[in-house]
Design a protein around this ligand. Structure first.
Ligand code: ATR
Length: 285
């Protein structure tokens, strides 16, 4: 295998500003593994063709992001149990002429909160905002991590109810109407999985109360997370985090699926955070 270059890519739309090529290149450098990691623009209509072309060109591992995580399941000959439960795939591995699918989002989320920030998830009374693909993956991770209760609220209530139904028998999982969140009682973990932060004018619901140790976490990062984090601070959260660390940790898990090596993640996390802070200083507000 001397001199082999592993071909990787991330597919999504938009994808031009993806940090994945940079994160994976930093991981590969730790082990002296030669990789080529491209960002390939693909929407729901073009993804199957783009993925096939990538495999044909020797692609051995791919990530997928918005809006492809759910439809990527159909491109896989096999998927892991955690991907089946999450209904989404973000990591594809080419094995014996077919794609094998997995999701590393849940692991990335838990490693960031528990590993990086030392926030134990077990026993927490949790509110999950959103019921899309990202919310589903995180709901699985929260249940597996042993949260005491999980309340799901979504702008479109039916989607929250549908998501909760998927977890019947998995513990205390409830749904709550968007405009009735103030009645949920004291919460000590609020996770934002709605994509509204990506748009202007995000409206977050009024909360009943946060416990004194409450942690609020947005799955997105940078500017996209600002509205939720400001709202969480105003609501009295003890600690607030964006999802930059989750991005790095889910990438590390993908990398170890492809290469069987577990990269160190703190250095690239620190670099990305420093740059993000510098950017926000240059463009305040
Ligand atoms: P993802 O894979 O990122 O979860 P998705 O499946 O399209 O993307 O889900 C987007 C989530 O953000 C949904 O929970 C969506 O709520 P609806 O089911 O009601 O559409 C939520 N969302 C998007 N824009 C929102 C807004 N302006 N206010 C509240 N929720 C919003």
């Amino acid at each position: 295998m001397g001199g082999a270059v592993f071909k990787h890519a991330v597919f999504g739309q938009p994808i031009a500003h993806s940090l994945s090529p940079r994160i994976h290149s930093a991981f590969a450098a730790q082990f002296g593994i030669a990789i080529e990691y491209r960002a390939i623009e693909a929407g729901v209509e073009t993804f199957a063709n783009e993925l096939a072309a990538f495999a044909h060109a020797g692609g051995s591992g791919a990530n997928v992001t918005l809006p492809l995580k759910q439809i990527a399941v159909a491109q896989c000959a096999q998927v892991t149990e955690r991907a089946t439960r999450s209904g989404s795939v973000n990591t594809l591995t080419w094995r014996n002429g077919e794609w094998f699918g997995d999701t590393t989002d849940g692991v990335g989320f838990v490693r960031d909160l528990e590993g990086r920030y030392g926030c134990v998830l077990a026993g927490r009374h949790t509110l999950l905002l959103g019921a899309g693909g990202a919310a589903r993956a995180v709901a699985c991770a929260l249940i597996d991590a042993g949260v005491d209760s999980l309340t799901i609220a979504n702008r479109t209530h039916e989607r929250a109810a549908e998501l909760a139904t998927a977890f019947i028998g998995s513990g205390d999982v409830r749904v709550c109407r968007w405009n009735e969140i103030s009645a949920t009682g004291a919460l000590d973990l609020v996770v934002n999985a709605i994509s509204a932060g990506h748009h202007d004018g995000a409206q977050f619901p009024r909360l009943g109360g946060l416990a004194s140790n409450a942690v609020c976490y947005d799955l997105s990062y940078g500017v996209a997370a600002q509205a939720f984090l400001a709202w969480a601070n105003a609501a009295g959260a003890a600690r607030v985090f964006d999802g930059l660390g989750m991005l790095v940790e889910q990438a590390a898990e993908s990398f170890s699926i492809w290469h069987g090596r577990k990269p160190e993640t703190q250095a690239i996390f620190d670099d990305l955070r420093r740059e993000q802070v510098e950017r926000s200083r240059q463009t305040p507000g």
